[in-house]
Write a protein that binds this ligand. Sequence first.
Ligand code: UFG
Length: 327
Amino acid sequence: MSVLVTGGAGYIGSHLVRYLADCGISVVVADNLVLGHRECVDSRAKFYEADICNKEAVAEIMRMESVDSVVHFAAYSQVAESMVKPEKYFANNVGGTLCLLESMIAAGVKNIVFSSSAAVYGDSGDEVLSEELPLNPTNAYGETKLMMEKMLKWFGAPHGIKYVALRYFNAAGAHHSGEIGELHDPETHLIPIVIQAALGERKEIRIFGTDYPTPDGTCVRDYVHVEDLAVAHRLALDHLRRGGESVSVNIGGGSGYSVRTIIDTVRKITGREVQVVESERRSGDPAVLVADSRKAEEIFGFKVRRDIEDMIRDAWNFHNRHSGRNK
Ligand code: UFG
């Protein structure tokens, strides 16, 4: 039996693939390489350059490789872009997930771990988010993730598909070896951008909004190490493989860090200066997103092991090693 990882050449996917291979689990990757990097896929995994919208090809991969479970990452994930090109997000994220589910039905695959997001909550006004809160995304990206979660639910009764939706908060860090990490082009995420500024690859970091109702006026996020995320996916897979029920759970560390705190921590860890420019709010950004992850701990024993300094140190190590690569 093997696990099919869609988007396994992407940032979080490539870390999961490596971790599953380390655990001795048979892994197959399907990635169209539009955003993924072929060289980030662990050599122990079987790789197919395939788009999840190609239903027949993906169902054939599932049959040929004796796939019993899918981990689904393949999606666009830039909040700002989703606000100006919602059509791109609904077509690829929602449409792509529908195709994948149809392939699963055709191939008789029943388990799916889905890469959801804290963006499904929107700006709830609550400091710490639990799964029981209302779901009101403030951006199109979050809306696509919510629609994908809802879709999974409706495939349970008629087709026997079971899912775990992992609503992760802000993925950060890199593999401790420094070999794989976050390589988006263009980069939009805070920690790699601050690190690029520390490396002199960009002139400055712009803080998007300093008038939020938070202690220092900048947005607060709950960062979770990408290697902790990999463990969360493995635990979710085990839950489904032992017949566990479908569930949506938060995956975060439970601590919030403001944009200014992240910048200061990068300065401290790297010993480099980072130029800061204060600018307007970015459309669609909630002020505070912090996870209550107790449900994931209760259901399948998830607990974060790495803290914000580990994330920044590992990200720094990776970016230092790969400096200039995206130029
Ligand atoms: N930020 C800046 N300057 C930058 C980049 C980001 O001030 O140059 C700020 C953002 O405004 C935000 C915070 O840093 O307040 C974090 O921004 P990121 O872009 O790193 O992450 P987001 O919180 O916007 O989104 C990320 C993922 C989403 C996911 C979400 C869940 O990109 O896929 O976390 O919290 F849904």
